[in-house]
Design a protein. Structure first.
Length: 222
């Protein structure tokens, strides 16, 4: 009699600066045979470094952690395209929600989720299903339904994200929000000359003539 091969559990990396949260999430996932926690990280830099070493199937990222969870999202998506990233956060702010989805997050979950639902939500992500709380879905529909000038296609995103570093993604995203060089420098705690160097690198990597054309490609505008 043949024996069915064992199903490999999904390998999950937890990234959150709040140790009790990591402990609670680990306990929930390790109580489900479908998951195996392969590491924990307290900040964005550690999350990226550990993800590159462990190459997990799923990464759970907090947004408001040292180094910025969105930066880690950009970096992991760019360097590990087969790894799915899900944000697990307390933030219901539109800015965070839309930035995460535009940057390739496979899900956006809130920390008040019923612990019994978390494994199911993550398994849904693995199967290609959306993982967004119902109370946020309406906002997503309203934002993207008539947002063609601000929206990037999936194909364009896949093409662009492989070319830019996470810092360049941040600069480009702020340029697309019509921020000046001085404003970008203030937000990212950089010197204006460093911002200009990043912009020059973005323009070069995207094959654009100037920053305006680079932003247009980022937005998928014709």
């Amino acid at each position: 009699m043949s024996v069915a091969p064992a199903i490999r559990p999904l390998r999950v990396l937890l990234a959150d600066d709040h140790a009790p949260t990591r402990r609670d999430v680990r306990r929930i996932l390790e109580g489900d045979d479908r998951f195996a926690v392969v590491g924990e990280a307290p900040d964005a830099a550690a999350a990226v470094s550990l993800a590159l070493r462990r190459r997990p199937d799923l990464v759970l990222l907090d947004i408001s952690m040292p180094g910025d969870g969105l930066s880690a999202l950009w970096e992991i998506n760019a360097r590990l395209p087969r790894t799915q990233v899900v944000m697990l956060t307390v933030s219901e702010e539109d800015e965070h929600l839309f930035a995460a989805l535009r940057s390739g997050a496979s899900g956006y979950l809130l920390k008040d989720i019923d612990p019994r639902r978390l494994p199911e939500a993550l398994h849904d992500v693995h199967l290609g299903r959306p993982a967004i709380p119902r109370r946020l879905v309406r906002r997503v529909v309203d934002e993207f339904r008539d947002a063609a000038p601000r929206r990037r296609s999936v194909a364009s995103f896949e093409e662009l994200r492989s070319r830019l570093t996470s810092r360049e993604w941040q600069v480009l995203d702020l340029l697309a929000r019509d921020c000046s060089t001085a404003e970008i420098a203030e937000r990212l705690v950089l010197t204006p000359s460093a911002v200009r160097a990043h912009i020059a690198a973005i323009v070069r990597k995207l094959g654009a003539r100037n920053r305006v054309e680079a932003v247009a490609r980022f937005r998928c505008e014709d």
